[in-house]
Design a protein around this ligand. Structure first.
Ligand code: SAM
Length: 222
């Protein structure tokens, strides 16, 4: 499915989130900024929005490795690195369930709108914790469920009914954008994700809700 949406993914995200996803990414990037020679892993890197934003905001000697299960998403990220002349990015085809890296290999782990799609959330989070260096930080940006019931009704109406129609009208993949709200409904709320992170071994887990809770940023440390 991610291969299918890859060509229009960036533009549709901007439109369907009313431009909010860029601000959410900026906040996640501010929490994950890298110092000299530090390396981050971006799990589910997609077309690289988070990875390239993080490089822009970090020390010039920092690097980001992006992994993704979708060859087309990864290809888009690699093309972007080439076009931008960005040698500090490397992309690898890999799944979050079995990250091909040594324990404690990274100072930062970031994931933007990716953990919700993991085949097994507990395994993916444990893997992310395993490859995080002692003193390192994981920053997870993900869609969430608004805690206020009134906001929740309006949100579900938009997300379940309107957004697949908008995606189809704009030439996107309506089935993929029907998957989106279902995947959020099936995903733990902000407190639930924090509990999963603690179970996976992250310390000092905290989160901030964004835009009335339609998204959240979770931070955990090693
Ligand atoms: C919604 S996109 C987000 C991409 C990017 N992080 C961003 O912020 O725009 C989710 C990405 O996660 C990838 N993905 C889903 N499950 C994965 C897994 N188990 N392991 C690695 N990547 C995964 C998908 O292929 C897709 O590219």
């Amino acid at each position: 499915m991610f291969d299918r949406v890859a060509p229009r993914y960036d533009a549709l995200n901007r439109i369907l989130s009313g431009g909010r996803d860029a601000g959410w990414r900026r906040r996640a990037i501010a929490l994950a900024r890298l110092g000299p020679r530090e390396v981050a892993l971006d799990v589910g890197v997609g077309t690289g929005d988070l990875a390239f934003g993080l490089l822009d905001a970090s020390d010039p000697s920092a690097r980001v490795i992006g992994v993704d299960v979708s060859p087309l998403m990864l290809e888009a990220a690699r093309r972007r690195a080439e076009e931008q002349g960005e040698p500090r990015f490397a992309g690898m085809l890999a799944t979050a369930d079995a990250l091909p890296f040594a324990d404690g290999a990274f100072e930062r782990i970031v994931a933007g709108f990716a953990v919700r799609n993991f085949g097994d959330l507990a395994v993916g989070l444990r893997e992310m914790r395993r490859v995080l260096r002692a003193g390192g930080r994981a920053v997870i940006l993900e869609l969430s469920t608004p805690p206020n019931p009134v906001v929740g009704v309006a949100y579900r109406l938009y997300f379940h009914r309107l957004s697949p129609l908008i995606a189809a009208t704009l030439g996107g993949d309506a089935a993929a954008y029907r998957y989106l709200p279902r995947s959020v409904a099936a995903f733990p709320n902000a407190e639930g994700l924090a509990a999963h992170m603690r179970d996976a071994g992250f310390a000092r887990v905290r989160y901030e809700r964004l835009n009335l809770g339609i998204a959240a940023i979770h931070v955990g440390e090693a």
